[in-house]
Design a protein. Structure first.
Lengths: 424, 167
């Protein structure tokens, strides 16, 4: 009976994590498209609408996914069917599996808030991340297309090269935390150092954090390391021959991998689910006060949003000459309504007594929210880098890995060891 | 001999990271500026806003008229001869006025063939054809929709009748 409960809990947590990761994807695609537009002085997607809802182009993603799902599933004649089908699933699955050991909140009600409480957390991540290359190589090989094959080839060499500095950069972090269990790593980052800094890993491992971030970029095949799909050289690289939802899976996997590596960077170097300056006990103890403050802080923000929406409504009056013109007006109303709700919630939280379970739930939600905000900022950083830097040349890529990152990672281990020795 | 060689990069530049930060500051500056002045983006959002075309813009052709409203064209075939795309099809008829001699019974331009080079305008000896209508969007459901006939060409108005674009 007990094992059934545990199984159910694991299933629920797995569902939560997978759905959250998949829900992140359209948002990230939107952020990518809109962010690139703003960086390049463009307006970006803004036309697709359901009724009056445009949401600044967010509806485009729905149209995109519908298009991908309803597209003809084209299969070239010469492909190796089995591996051709296997590759996108492998890539998507591996990216999702990475999230299995990510702790997203502190243990609450005796339930660890990660899908798998593996003792080998970091090792698991490294081993699963190395599987990623199989999907890409299989896709390149089975497509029987020379561009796809070249993409797969490049990708395999790149991933193998960058796994080494990545693993070595991790070693430094593991020496500091003295554990490979990810939740324990996050718990260790809960204090405050020097009186004002949250005790995040980046203060103990600045070099390691930079090295790890660079390697994470390479591992997720993001610019400046996206040689596997260098569209100006290889058409589309390893997924040249894929159409419809099979291409969609590759696309999805790229963003899920981005979420996963952001989550890993945040967990290792930016305090994971830790809300800065607040321990879990502190969050539970001051739940009512913190909730009230959060609600009150939301009020001026919502008022500002409401005014901004109203101004945009006035500015775009008569632009489309249909219900879309009303959008800003409706959102403005919505913001006023939300402001009232926030005010009421603040008053209610201040006056009504808080049961312990509610305070615990508040701590849980606050920690999950903090984790998600950190991941989102990290993903925004990924996108920012992508639209700033050009792609590396292949020899530069290899040189960076073997002649720069690898010695630096070794140096990092040496320095970390010396520091630990000096402290002891 | 004095040879100027490129100086080796300083250590800071060699690390890439410093220069990457520089580049990222550039893009961040664009982001902040565009977020603050959203309306001043150079994008022209087409169906609602249209670009004001300069007076010299070569758009769809039109046929000019005489003072009495008849077609100015004398069906001399100069434009059809000059046309590199061979998109002008003229059938000449006899003009009632013997001084004019000829006028076009049929004057068709196939816009799908036209390359908008303006040679016909250059070739015309009587200033009968011009490309100053400012029309650059052509929409149709079949190929015949893109062949414009004499009547439509005559009915087309110039974009700037005064000769200058509006301020």
């Amino acid at each position: 009976m007990l094992s059934l409960t545990i199984l159910l809990l694991v299933l629920v947590k797995a569902l939560f994590v997978v759905l959250l990761a998949l829900a992140f994807v359209p948002f990230l695609v939107w952020l990518e498209r809109k962010g690139s537009a703003i960086i390049q002085d463009r307006v970006g997607p803004n036309r697709a609408a359901i009724g009056f809802v445009r949401l600044g182009g967010l509806v485009h993603l729905l149209a995109d996914s519908l298009k991908m799902l309803s597209k003809e599933d084209l299969i070239p004649r010469e492909v190796d069917r089995f591996y051709y089908y296997l590759a996108p699933f492998l890539v998507a699955m591996v990216s999702l599996m990475l999230l299995a050991v990510m702790p997203f909140a502190d243990q609450q009600w005796g339930v660890p808030m990660q899908v798998l409480t593996l003792n080998a957390g970091v090792i698991y991540i490294l081993s699963i991340a190395s599987l990623n290359v199989y999907g890409i190589v299989l896709a390149g090989w089975s497509s029987s297309n020379k561009f796809a094959l070249l993409g797969g080839l490049r990708s395999s060499a790149q991933l193998v090269s960058y796994e080494i500095p990545m693993g070595l950069a991790l070693v430094g972090a593991l020496m500091v935390y003295n554990t490979v269990q990810l939740n324990e790593i996050v718990v260790a980052q809960g204090q405050v150092v020097l009186g004002f800094l949250p005790a995040w890993g980046i203060w103990y491992q600045p070099l390691g954090a930079i090295l790890f971030t660079i390697c994470a970029f390479a591992e997720t095949n993001r610019t400046p390391f996206d040689l596997a799909e260098g569209e100006s050289e290889l058409v589309a690289g390893y997924h040249t021959e894929y159409a419809g939802m099979k291409f969609g899976l590759f696309f999805l996997a790229e963003y899920v991998a981005m979420v996963a590596s952001s989550a890993l960077i945040v967990t290792l170097y930016f305090g994971g689910w830790q809300v800065p300056y607040f321990t879990t006990e502190g969050l539970i103890a001051h739940a009512a006060l913190l909730f009230t403050i959060a609600c009150l802080a939301a009020v001026p923000l919502l008022i500002w949003l409401a005014i901004a929406f109203h101004q945009s409504y006035l500015r775009n009056l008569g632009r489309f000459k249909d219900i879309r013109d009303q959008e800003g007006h409706i959102y403005s109303r919505l913001c006023w309504g939300l402001m009232m709700v926030a005010l009421l919630a603040a008053v209610a939280a201040a006056l009504l007594p808080w049961p312990v379970w509610l305070a615990q739930a508040f701590a849980l939600v606050a920690q999950i929210g903090c984790f998600l905000v950190k991941i989102l900022l990290m993903c925004a950083f990924f996108i920012w880098v992508r639209w700033t830097l050009p792609r590396f040349r292949y020899d530069q890529l290899m040189q960076l890995s073997w002649r720069t990152l690898l010695p630096l990672a070794l140096l990092n281990i040496l320095l970390t060891g010396a520091m630990i020795l000096a402290k002891a | 001999m004095n040879i100027s060689r490129p100086r080796p990069y300083s250590f800071l530049r060699d690390t890439y990271l410093w220069e990457i930060m520089h580049g990222m500051m550039v893009t961040m500056r664009h982001v902040l500026r565009n977020l603050r002045h959203w309306g001043q983006m150079p994008t022209i959002e087409y169906p609602e806003h249209k670009k004001i075309m300069p007076p010299g813009y070569r758009a769809q052709h039109r046929l000019t008229k005489r003072e009495d409203g008849t077609v100015r064209c004398v069906a001399c075939m100069m434009c059809a001869t000059a046309c590199p795309a061979e998109c002008i099809h003229i059938i000449a008829g006899e003009h009632p006025n013997p001084e004019v001699e000829k006028y076009p019974l049929k004057f068709d331009i196939d816009l799908l063939e036209c390359v908008f080079c303006g040679m016909c305008v250059e070739a015309c000896p009587v200033d009968a054809i011009r490309m100053d209508s400012g029309k650059y969007t052509f929409v149709g459901f079949n190929r015949n929709d893109f062949i414009i006939h004499k009547e439509a060409l005559l009915a087309t108005e110039p974009l700037y009748p005064g000769g200058d674009p509006p301020r």
